[in-house]
Design a protein around this ligand. Structure first.
Ligand SMILES: [Zn+2]
Ligand SMILES: [Zn+2]
Ligand SMILES: [Zn+2]
Length: 252
């Protein structure tokens, strides 16, 4: 199984259009960026996307992906689904898994596309391409939002989805002992109704006893990447984690 962070930015990405803060300027100067949120999971020769970001086309071209076999949407915010429109005239009838109410909120925007909405319930495990997948409720008011647990070959990968720190206990139980925890952190500090700061994300990681943690959904509120990475386990676009015969290794 291979897990790739296709985009580690928050909704406007980094650099932010029109922003000349230190981080956005560093990104422009050094040529790095944070695309919008999507995680690619590959197993048994199949490709699953968790969320379809507005940068989808570039992300799939960059990874040389000819075909996507399934999609999971975590919630109805545009930075998590709107890139699905890039499937227009490229691929139809893609299976898309999420809760009924999330399908309902997104369907209006995807009327021009043919896809297969598949309704699943939180905490009901389903199997896709040899992976056991469970969606669990998180807390991202006012919209319904889920995180994703993937179990495969004895490894457990957990993606927090967009959430504040008040994750329901039932979901904490699903997240326990993750081998890799991909967790959102909008900013190094500050209090947010919908999101976590880095300390909240790291203490959640501790609470669930995660073995490896990587922060994502990162805003330009963090210092430039090469500085912030010394203090926080920040993800980077296209960072890849491999699980399988060999022990957990990581490369760029
Ligand atoms: Zn988001
Ligand atoms: Zn900025
Ligand atoms: Zn959101």
């Amino acid at each position: 199984m291979r897990v790739v962070l296709l985009g580690t930015g928050d909704s406007p990405g980094t650099p932010v259009i029109g922003c000349h803060c230190r981080t956005c300027e560093d990104a422009r100067k050094m040529g790095w960026q944070r695309r919008r949120f999507s995680v690619m999971v590959q197993n048994a020769g199949k490709t699953l996307l968790i969320d379809t970001s507005p940068d989808m086309r570039e992300q799939l071209l960059r990874m040389d992906i000819d075909r996507v076999d399934a999609v999971i949407w975590t919630h109805c915010h545009y930075d998590h689904f709107i890139g699905f429109g890039d499937f227009y005239r490229v691929q139809s009838n893609v299976n898309v898994f999420t809760l009924p109410e999330i399908h309902e909120s997104i369907a209006y925007f995807m009327k021009f596309l043919k896809y297969k909405p598949i309704e699943v319930e939180s905490y009901n495990t389903f199997n896709l391409f040899g992976m056991d997948i469970t969606l669990f409720d998180v807390n991202h008011p006012p919209v319904k939002s889920v995180g994703v647990k993937i179990e495969c070959d004895g490894y457990k990968i957990v993606v927090s989805g967009d959430t504040n720190k008040n994750v329901p206990n039932k979901s904490l139980a699903e997240m326990m002992d993750a081998d890799l925890f991909i967790v959102e952190a909008l900013a190094p500090e500050g209090r947010f109704k919908k999101h976590m700061n880095a300390n909240e994300a790291l203490s959640l990681a501790k609470r669930i006893n995660a073995k490896k943690v990587v922060l994502t959904h990162i805003g330009h509120f963090f210092p430039p990447h090469h500085i912030a990475i010394k203090k926080y386990p920040l993800g980077m676009d296209f960072q890849t984690f491999s699980f399988g015969e060999a022990s957990l290794d990581e490369f760029f």
